[in-house]
Design a protein. Sequence first.
Length: 578
Amino acid sequence: MPIIPQVGRRGLSLRLVIWSVYTVLSVGAVTMVYPFALMVSTSFEDKLDRSSSEYRLVPRWVTSRRTRYQSFLLARHPGLDNLEQLNARHGTSYGEFSAIPLPDFSGNEGFVERRVKDWHEFKASLPPDHLCYFGYVSTVPLEYQGWIKEKFETIEAYNEACLEEKRNFKLVAIPVERYDSPLWKPDDSPKWRDWVAFKENLEPRHREPTRIDQIWREFLTQRYSTVERLNAAYGTQYASIADAMLPPCVPANTKQRADWEAFVRTQFPPRYVRFPGEADRETALEQWREGTVPVDEIELAHPEHLYREFLLKKYGSLEALNAAQGTDVAVVMQIRPPRMEEDWLEFDGWTWRDRLKAMFRNYGIAVNHLFYERRAFLNTAVLCIGTVLSALTVNPLCAYALSRFRLSYTNKVLLFCLATMAFPAEVTMIPNYLLMRDLHLLNTYFALILPGMANGFSIFILKGFFDSLPKELYEAAQLDGAGELTMFARITLPLSGPVMAVIGIGAFTLAYGSFMWAFIVCQDPDYWTVMVYVYQLQILMKHGDLMALLVLTALPTLLVFIFCQRIILRGIVVPTMH
């Protein structure tokens, strides 16, 4: 029977009351759902969204193609930790990521495809020692880890071959290489040989030639600071220092010649020096290091220069090159590798599968981190199952005893059980920890489960429910000769399904979400639960990845609530005290 009859609902005052109640309930529902929706939305954000310090229900990249392009650059090149690296790659001078415009190649799509095709063809011809991944990693490390895993199959075999002590393949890093340094030399270790073999089979789009022009521009920036001072010294008309390319031969200008020689002698890697004639390279390199080879006799054959030679050889002349690629370069030194066009063409060719993959990129990272320690799931399962079983055993037995046997101090026991709710769990952690330590149960499953076996509030709820059960059932059972355990198992428990479900769900939620206690009593990582690993990972993960991880870990409790809400509502009772 409803509290307010149908006739009474027709009055204006009661309608206002009902509408007010629904309004309050709706606002309360929104305040509960909104934080979770915000967390879900944030889990799809990237570094670009987080830099704006805004929390939005709909990330900007969903509605803006320009923002999607900016996000694509961050996803395509994870090694670009700052804008300076992207500016050096694209030859731009943007002050922030949000200022990067959407390139406009409308009407020139064919030329762009031609430039990128030529660039990939050139990169495919480069040997491994012309590819350098220092400061620019893209997705190569992940592919390298997969390649190593496929080759060695077990981490033990990899550790034995490479003389390392990695726990798993996710900790395997690419070797440090500095092909852009004049002093660095590669070693001849097994790991290095594997890295070289891996680079030989890389797709052209993942090949990153050593960038020497960038080092030359940094050298000029340190010496002249501004493009005006550089133009005054060299007699050039550069619009910015980013337009200055390293000449392959010694320049005629006196000042430029001095700078060029100083750079080549101190900062240019000798492996890219081309010596005249048929001279023995090892001998020529030794003479070059000693300073006996004149700079007029050498040529710099770094990857950028080799790319220009490749284009001239392929098209024969600058005029043919400009006609084929839709450019208007006046001299060979103006030819720049089409890295921006390469990125744009890949972004423009994305399918809906690529967009979904980018959209759920954070979740992929979160899953990889979450399943990195699979024992955490075993520990969490043992904790939840053990806590639920103990809660459904100890609490009902205690409540049954208080309900069936009319003890003079029953109310005092119930008040004592309720008094435990007045103290937060943190207060009892120290004595519980000392107890577990004295019992030598630290770093065991017993330390996780035992302190939560009994719960005062659960006993109070169950006792009130058991009191509401018909006493005639127990009297009839006693006449048939049934004992207390038989009546408990065959009468009380079957009739207490809803409230037992509520107690079990509450125990599961409490055990699954517990972090502090599991972290205190189990310092051994082999006994860490999922929540402990989530705490550890938040130190390492980015904001969007962390939110995706939190969403994934929140799903079990959310699903339990969705599928068990009817049971929860049926199990809500108001206990009575006799």
